[in-house]
Design a protein around this ligand. Structure first.
Ligand code: ADP
Ligand code: ASP
Ligand code: MG
Length: 428
């Protein structure tokens, strides 16, 4: 069995879904397809949630209506993509999609208690993937690809850490294998990003988490390979939207890939690599517009060294400088307190730098930061916050790159090893 993962960008339009179908038709063996929400639907559902939590039901429903229109346009577009997506396919698909929107609309209108933000997030936002997979599955069927739609809320059992749930491997193995074995179809269509607690409450696995879903499905099903289909040639040495001279990297080791993902390269979710490395499953990152292109192979050993420096820019960062008020050595005495507080507020730390009495942390910006700072202050620390920062990582830097990126007044923190330099700098 192979795993194919299609992200939001690859299914953002009718052409995208039709292209997915062409790629799937080109594959002969058993296929497990993981699909994200279409285009920017997750962001749009987050706005629905904000209105809902704020008590603005009418506005939440208006926004939901716009999301429904967007999906209906895609379905209408699909009618023109292939001769057959008419009769059965479109009506069955449209009905199921309509039912999902009504279900979500009903949920928004009826709920009176709106206090548990994280669990409402998962209940609402998970519809993005339920809807996209329903459309994809219906279209594939109508195009002559028999397939089975799987509800991953019944296959991935997670803990109840809402919005960043962890998959319980043992329980999920049982359920996912059972689900796949129960059906005669060779092709399965499954949602990325979602699962459910043992009690059946929907959970999500963290933004961009569909790559992780694909990797876990690969791990559990003992897949021959996992392929992530992207709107780029494969993994490049930098984000082509930010660095116009970015070049394609044909091969990477799991270690390179996990470092790259951890440093913030959006192309792969950081949690994707571990399950694949653990079972030695190769990961391909391939361009969905050129399926014959080799893309990038990520595996245990590579025969072509990377050969170019890798640049990773993580935007939207905040630099916290924490100092103990009584001047005790921060590192020795206070680490545990500081990190457990940050964990409580789910602040993600991307770089740690310490001196005798200061601890500098470069963290993802989030709406919890000010609460975390308040809690740190209550715990006896002085905290300074510098906003509008970004974290640049250069692996395999040269003198020229050092001069270009690691110097200058905009650099607040710099950490270097022989091969890698990481710089916290003011946004340019
Ligand atoms: P999807 O919707 O499939 O999850 P994303 O938009 O999240 O796709 O990720 C693909 C984007 O990741 C690319 O369009 C590219 O701009 C960006 N990206 C960032 N870093 C890299 C990199 N090192 N190599 C390739 N693409 C990268
Ligand atoms: N739809 C989710 C998101 O946008 C998950 C994913 O795309 O991987 O974050
Ligand atoms: Mg993505």
């Amino acid at each position: 069995m192979k795993i194919y993962k299609f992200g939001g960008a690859s299914v953002r339009s009718a052409e995208g879904v039709a292209n997915l179908c062409r790629i799937v038709k080109g594959e002969q063996g058993a296929l497990f397809i993981v699909v994200s929400a279409m285009g920017k639907t997750t962001n749009a559902l987050e706005l629905v949630l904000e209105d809902f939590i704020g008590g603005n039901t009418a506005s939440a429903l208006d926004r939901l209506h716009e999301i429904e229109q967007y999906h209906r346009e895609i379905m209408a577009g699909l009618l023109h993509q292939g001769e057959d997506f008419s009769a059965d396919g479109i009506s069955a698909g449209t009905n199921r999609v309509g039912a999902l929107f009504s279900e979500l609309g009903g949920l928004l209108a009826a709920a009176s208690k709106r206090d548990d933000y994280d669990s409402w997030y998962d209940r609402i936002v998970s519809y993005g993937e339920l809807i996209s997979t329903t459309i994809v599955s219906g279209y594939l069927a109508a195009q002559g690809v028999p397939n089975r739609w799987l509800d991953m809320r019944r296959c991935f059992v997670t803990d109840s850490r809402h919005r960043e749930a962890n998959i319980n491997v043992d329980r999920s193995t049982l359920l996912l294998r059972q689900a796949v074995d129960a059906f005669p179809e060779q092709v399965f269509v499954a949602q990325g990003f979602i699962g459910a607690t043992p009690g059946g409450c929907p959970t999500t696995l963290g933004r961009e988490g569909s790559d992780y879903s694909a990797a876990m499905a690969g791990y559990i099903l003992g897949a021959d390979s996992v392929t992530i289909w992207k709107d780029v040639e494969g993994v490049l040495n930098a984000d082509p939207r930010l660095f116009s001279d970015a070049v394609h990297i044909p091969q990477l080791t799991y270690l390179d890939a996990i470092e790259l993902a951890y440093s913030g390269a959006q192309v792969i979710h950081p949690k994707t690599i571990k399950p694949l490395q653990n079972k030695g499953i190769p990961l391909y990152v391939k361009p969905f517009l050129a399926p014959d292109h080799a893309g990038t192979l990520i595996c245990g050993r590579i025969d072509t060294p990377i050969g170019v420096p890798i640049l990773i820019l993580k935007k939207d960062q905040v630099l916290l400088t924490i100092r103990s008020r009584d001047f005790s050595f921060v590192l020795e005495e206070k680490f545990a307190t500081i990190f457990s507080l940050l964990e409580r507020f789910r602040i993600k730390t991307n770089l740690i730098h310490n001196s005798a009495v200061n601890l500098s942390l470069c963290v993802d910006n989030s709406w919890h930061i000010d609460e975390a700072i308040e809690a740190l202050r209550e715990a006896g620390f002085d905290v300074m916050k510098a906003e509008n920062m970004e974290l640049l990582t250069v692996r395999g830097y040269t003198d020229e790159l050092w001069r270009k990126y690691a110097r200058g007044p905009q650099v607040f923190v710099r950490q270097a090893t022989q091969s890698t330099v990481r710089v916290v700098r003011k946004r340019s």
